[in-house]
Design a protein around this ligand. Structure first.
Ligand code: ZN
Length: 488
């Protein structure tokens, strides 16, 4: 089958055929998390979107180097150049070393990503591990005249840069218009212009994480790490840079500016951005109390959730929308996703038991090529899944004797569906099976404890076990062969 992958490039604002700079090698950089809290739905979407891209590029035969960073220093609370470092703030509140916070949340992030069955990136560099590279990049920017010093801090000169390049070309902003209208520098001491951003910040005495530099004892600006690490591991010009749409401006816009100022050319050929997730139509945010972490989804412990939802349901839910569309979360939508995914895996199981007929009544290769055509069209997973649903419907009809499949076509269908679900979409029922085994074991243990309590006439404990399990929608039935349990 001939594949021609087309992806939407945020920079050109159109779909383009994907042609790597140096085939078969592909360099791909995705902005990773700032590790000061548990990953939530908003972290799952870019991780899954670019996992699909990573898997698909590998399926197409490319040798992909996938770099996803960990931000462990330099990301300030207000996302601009003022305020406390997000990780330091957490460390202060929890009375921990900042690197304890980093280790703790990095481990939890990795575990969540594994639960979602995302493949680990090829390299996962940290900002704090690349201070020297960042300082070197600032030196180049100074050398070319696009940075200025102000009391030990270094700022990027957006106005000067914009005279030669276009600051705003990625996000579609005309910065000169914006500068004319707003000359307000309140609360931004040291900057010549409000759009200027920090390359290096002098640390105030309270700041714990700081390093020596030619300008001051301090720490790098947030946008710098991705420019420095992208260039280090993928080269001064590489193929794909991805991230959430919330990073488009100023983060990615500034990455482009830093690279041009340092090297004289654009750093990235294709920019890709996933859209945001809303919750019941509202933007996610801690203040709205609609901020649900992945661990809360997996355990069901959040007031907005009626029960636990397994990681694969979250993954399927995300894949049912195109990555460039907004995706609205609700428990109804999750339940629909759960049902839909089950329908696909059920069809795969039914295939095992189908009675082969002499001839097939439909063309399985046409359905297969439709699925891949959807993936080639800017990773259109919802359309691919719609074709799989149609196939699942046909498989059920074959089972009912209303359609037919030959022996070879049954085998072909099994191979195709299983490969597409597991390897291309990264959906695996295996996780669930592992979970099921664990649940069975835990329930056996719990029922054993309850049985012993009843034998000792400790009915309070026995009842408490029943009540607590009922909260998890687990019903216990006492039968003459002992207690049985089931999900409600
Ligand atoms: Zn980044």
């Amino acid at each position: 089958m001939e594949h021609k992958l087309v992806i939407y490039n945020t920079l050109s604002r159109k779909k383009e055929q994907f042609i790597p700079i140096n085939p078969p090698h592909v360099g791909m950089y995705v902005c990773g998390p700032t590790v000061y809290g548990d990953a939530h739905l908003g972290h799952a979407r870019p991780a899954i979107t670019f996992d699909i891209l990573f898997r698909y590029l590998k399926y197409l035969g490319y040798k992909v180097r996938y770099v996803r960073n960990i931000t462990d220093v330099g990301h300030l609370v207000n996302d601009a150049d003022e305020g406390e470092d997000k990780i330091e703030k957490k460390a202060r509140l929890e009375q921990l070393e900042p690197m304890e916070v980093v280790k703790y949340y990095t481990d939890r992030y990795h575990y969540n990503m594994k639960q979602l069955n995302t493949l680990p990136p090829s390299i996962e560099p940290t900002a704090s591990g690349h201070i020297i590279e960042q300082i070197e990049m600032v030196k180049k920017i100074i050398e070319h005249g696009y940075a200025y010093e102000s009391d030990g801090s270094l700022y990027f000169d957006v106005e000067k840069y914009n005279k030669k390049y276009h600051y705003g070309k990625l996000s579609g902003r005309r910065i000169e218009e914006l500068m004319k209208n707003t000359r307000d520098l309140a609360g931004q001491e040291g900057k010549k212009n409000q759009f200027d951003f920090a390359l290096w910040k002098k640390a105030d005495p309270k700041h714990i994480m700081h390093w020596p530099s030619p300008w001051s004892e301090g720490y790098p600006g947030w946008h710098l790490e991705c420019s420095a690490m992208g260039a280090k591991y993928l080269g001064e010009e590489f193929d794909i840079h991805g991230g959430g749409m919330d990073l488009l401006f100023p983060h990615h816009e500034s990455e482009i500016a830093q690279a041009n100022a340092a090297t004289g050319h654009d750093p990235v050929k294709y920019w890709m951005h996933n859209n945001m997730i809303t919750i019941n139509g509202q933007k996610m945010g801690k203040s709205l109390n609609n901020f649900i972490t992945l661990n809360e989804f997996f355990s069901g412990e959040h007031p907005a959730l009626d029960r636990a939802y397994p990681p694969m349901v979250i993954r399927f839910f995300i894949l049912q929308a195109h990555y460039r569309s907004t995706l609205d979360f609700s428990t109804d939508a999750l339940k629909a996703a759960e049902k839909g995914m089950k329908r696909l895996f059920d069809a795969l199981e039914i295939l095992d038991e189908l009675k082969p007929q002499e001839k097939s009544s439909f063309d399985i290769k046409k359905i297969e090529s439709d699925c891949y055509a959807a993936m080639n069209d800017d990773l259109n997973t919802p359309v691919a899944i719609a074709h799989l649903f149609e196939l699942a419907r046909l498989i059920h009809l074959v089972n009912d004797g209303k359609e037919s499949l030959s022996k070879t076509d049954i085998q072909y269908t099994q191979q195709f569906v299983s490969y597409f679900l597991k390897e291309i979409l990264g959906l695996t029922p295996e996780h669930q099976k592992e979970d099921d085994k664990l649940i069975d074991y835990l329930m056996e243990t719990i029922l054993e404890v309850r049985k012993e309590a009843k034998e000792k006439k400790d009915y309070a404990t026995a009842d408490k076990i029943r009540q607590e399990l009922a909260k998890l929608n687990i019903q216990i039935k006492d039968t003459k062969d002992g207690a049985r349990w089931s999900f409600d």
